[in-house]
Design a protein around this ligand. Structure first.
Ligand code: ADE
Length: 241
């Protein structure tokens, strides 16, 4: 998978790609990530990337020409997704992350100021993605969120490949609680079942905790699912206690 990030602030993105899983996955060759400064595709003496909005109003707009030239230099093919990060995009979810992780080439366009000239969105952007209903000062942090989420599901990203597909959202429910040593900390004990060595009971406990947590914190997730009789019974049991 190749990722090309187009930004006016490479310094926001670069350090995150040199750390942890994203660093490892690049070293393994599974991911090639390049960061480019849009300014490098300006042609005037002042390296102008933005201009006043037609029609007036506050704020500056990123000019179309440098972005068109930069994207073209990335040599996109039919299989390339060209992603613009914006609060107006489709809300990011794990299924979108997994879908994008299968693409051979992604180009991220990070906006700044009031936004980018609409013709970039019309002509070259293939997907607009939002990371939530709030406004960031630019697309860089949103691009990083997406790059991180995609990076960790690429083959070989996690030592234990299974675990990326086992956690919250990958199997519909939120993750169950986790504990490590010591067995007692400041009077708080690890649940007995986890110490029992009884794998079947541990699995059941984890599953029911996942379900309970989802019902408590994200009832909207359960509303969109057909629960099995067993799952309904588990939730009824929690209600009684
Ligand atoms: N750019 C500014 N705010 C954003 C958001 N919430 N999601 C994606 N890109 C953005």
């Amino acid at each position: 998978m190749k990722m090309d990030v187009l930004t006016l602030f490479p310094e926001i993105i670069t350090p995150a790609l040199q750390t942890g899983i994203l660093k490892r996955i690049q070293e393994s060759g599974e991911l090639v990530a390049n960061i480019y400064n849009i300014r490098d595709w300006t042609t005037d003496r002042h390296k102008t990337v933005d201009d006043y909005p037609y029609g007036g109003g506050a704020g500056m707009i990123l000019k179309p020409e440098p972005i068109f030239s930069a994207v073209s230099a990335m040599e996109p093919t039919e299989d390339t997704d060209i992603i613009y990060l914006t609060p107006q995009g489709i809300p990011l979810t794990q299924p979108i992350v997994e879908e994008l992780s299968l693409k051979p080439h992604l180009i991220f366009i990070c906006g700044r100021y009031k936004g980018i000239d609409e013709r970039v969105r019309e002509k070259i952007v293939t997907k607009e993605i939002s990371i939530g209903d709030f406004v960031l000062s630019g697309g860089e942090i949103a691009a990083l969120v997406l790059i991180d989420a995609i990076g960790r599901v690429l083959p070989g990203a996690l030592g234990d490949f299974e675990s990326a597909h086992e956690d919250s959202f990958s199997k519909d429910f939120l993750d169950h609680p986790h504990y490590t040593r010591p067995v007692e900390f400041e009077g708080m004990k690890v649940p007995e079942v986890l110490l029992s060595g009884h794998h079947e009971n541990i699995k059941k406990w984890r599953f029911s905790q996942s379900l309970k947590r989802t019902a408590e914190r994200r009832p909207d997730i359960l509303e969109n699912l057909e629960l099995t009789d067993e799952e309904v019974d588990i939730l009824k049991d929690f209600d009684k206690n």
